[in-house]
Design a protein around this ligand. Sequence first.
Ligand code: CTP
Length: 403
Amino acid sequence: MYKKKRILLIITGGIAAYKMPELVRRLRERDIEVTCILTKAGREFVAPLALSAVSGNRVYENLFDLDEDSEMGHIQLSRSADLVVVAPATADMMAKAATGLANDLASTTLLATDTPIMMAPAMNVRMWNHPATQKNVSTLKDRGVVMLGPDEGDMACGEFGFGRMVDPMDIVAAVQDFFTPHRPLSGKKAIVTSGPTHEAIDPVRYIANRSSGKQGHAIAAELAKSGADVTLISGPTSLAVPENVTFIPVESARDMLAACQSNLPADIVVCAAAVADWRVDQEAGQKLKKDGSGTIPALALTENPDILATLSQMTQGRAPLVVGFAAETENVIEHAKAKLARKGCDWILANDVSPSTGTFGGNENSIHFIANNQCEDWPRLTKLEVATRLVERIAQRMKAEDQ
Ligand code: CTP
């Protein structure tokens, strides 16, 4: 049976709040039911009566209005919605949401909900650029909050820059997208490698690296959301397995290669794992013991198979898209271009993994996207945003190939 989609719209105190009756109208035209929460500051910019008139619903303002006799408590208010939209989202409300403060109806609702949340920030450019706000934005994004904008432009305060709320029609488009997900990769099969590999020295010791797997897992999740049939082959990480992917846990580079090979053919291969280049030549069957003489064992190493190069070669002429990463600490672009040629893949996402960048194990990445010997510098993005951008690129490429 058809069920109307429901949005809980939280309006906080930004000038753009005056545009919210228009947003509510546009959403209702698309058969989306809207209930509004208006903060005290929001009330300075838009009248509750205007909102209740256009939404056809009561506007909720105070935490303590919601007694047992009222139609809904704040928990119920958020749970009965399919999506929570905060627009305009002030720096103050984002700070509350990021830290888990709950001292009014809007912030309490945000803390109590497990419904997906979108926020359309609106504030002065300096407030937006302030490290405190940026930290809050990054925390919220990591928790899965979708940020819409802000846009760049003239502001009500007379300044110019980022901080303007996106156009209400952009919010409508994002909401529609959310309710009817775009699945440009349905019917495509993807293999993603992620995480580090562990190369055993003996039954209790191994060689590893600092990879967290965040980037590879985010790419697998994003490919799955776009409709691809995803197999994620990962070395040991502490991450949750993304939804709707087939997960194959592995330990060593050789296990990872074997798992990849047995899952071919694929239309898309993304090698994001930080594969150990070397393994111990002779893995000891028993724990290596100190023999009391003070002799230190010398570990003879041998080279691991190169998974990316092997898969690029195996799939040549069969038109899949093979994407690799390049982890570099110097001459990033030059080394990455050489790596692309050496491995024979289609695209390389190069990143500087020097400790000072915080990339390895961190939540953000600065990517240089290399294809056809051209380099495109992406801004510093969260690993989730890198995944979204990459998957958009993959979808464009697949569409072009299918035409
Ligand atoms: N890679 C792989 N198998 C390996 C080594 C690397 O599949 N044995 C893949 C990685 O998943 C990544 C790309 O190759 O997509 C580049 O990895 P990177 O560690 O940057 O480079 P290496 O090939 O290890 O070369 P170097 O150590 O010389 O930088």
